[in-house]
Design a protein around this ligand. Structure first.
Ligand SMILES: O=C(O)c1cc(=O)[nH]c(=O)n1[C@@H]1O[C@H](COP(=O)(O)O)[C@@H](O)[C@H]1O
Length: 243
């Protein structure tokens, strides 16, 4: 979908910090590099909508990663509030089902219906978390078969519900694009430059491999935020995905 001129624009930095100070320090270190910024539950629960607004005022594109998952009416209201905040992308769990995802879409549309010029956020469905292995899926969660099949089912459902794309691992991008179309966005965490700690992730690829699969956005947290020199770590990643 989005082919941007600067490869850094396809990198979403996960600002997983317990407070604004940590996030601000990273923003200072990365100044001038046009990445997307992701605010997830850790920072949002601590810093609230104000920090999202601060990022928008500073000119960043913002992915609000709250992974909404509730009854349709509640997700509709939550999605409307998120849309009014002016974020560029947010997500809901595809496991909430078609009616829930359609309600998220309605919430966005209704919230912005009074502002015809307003740009709608990309509404993204979370498929199977990138920390989920096949063994976990089969034995703990109780879903049979390969993880990719479960991801594909969620992606198709998200597409039918009118979502703009999905979060998945880069391992599934080719099949998602094949099934849902090239313009259906893929947002892929589980990104690990060669040699960096895997941590709790399970389905991983390097930044370059992920881009070569045709993903639209790669989401990267600790390989940058926990690096001794985050700017250098990011610059190396940008270089690695630059053709
Ligand atoms: O929705 C997400 O962003 C997400 C979905 C998923 O399946 N896996 C996943 O890791 N994420 C997020 O992507 C980021 C990955 O961070 P690192 O593992 O530190 O690179 C974290 O903020 C996760 O919350």
């Amino acid at each position: 979908m989005t082919t941007t001129a600067n490869p850094a624009e396809r990198i979403i930095i996960a600002l997983d910090y317990p407070d604004v100070q940590g996030a601000e320090r990273l923003l200072d270190q990365l100044e001038g590099i046009p990445c997307y910024m992701k605010v997830g539950m850790e920072l949002f629960y601590a810093a609230g909508p104000q920090f999202v607004l601060r990022l928008k005022e500073a000119g960043y594109r913002v992915f609000l990663d709250l992974k909404l998952h509730d009854i349709p009416n509640t997700v509709k209201g939550g999605s409307a509030s998120v849309a009014r905040l002016g974020v560029d992308m947010f997500n809901v769990h595809a496991a909430g089902g078609r009616a829930m995802m359609e309600a998220a879409r309605e919430g966005v549309d209704q919230a912005l219906s009074g502002s015809p010029g307003a740009q709608k956020p990309l509404l993204i469905g979370v498929t199977q978390l990138t920390s989920t292995s096949r063994q976990m899926l089969n034995e703990e969660i109780g879903i049979d078969g390969p993880v990719e099949d479960a991801v594909l089912r969620y992606a198709s459902l998200a597409k039918r519900a009118g979502l703009d794309g999905v979060v998945a691992s880069p391992l599934e991008v080719v099949r998602i694009k094949g099934q849902c179309g090239a313009s259906f966005a893929t947002v892929t965490p589980g990104i690990r430059p060669a040699g960096s700690a895997v941590g709790d992730q399970s389905r991983i690829m390097t930044p370059r491999e992920a881009i070569e699969q045709g993903t639209d956005y790669i989401v990267i947290g600790r390989p940058i935020t926990a690096a001794a020199d985050p700017r250098q770590a990011l610059e190396q990643i940008v270089e690695s995905i630059t053709a």
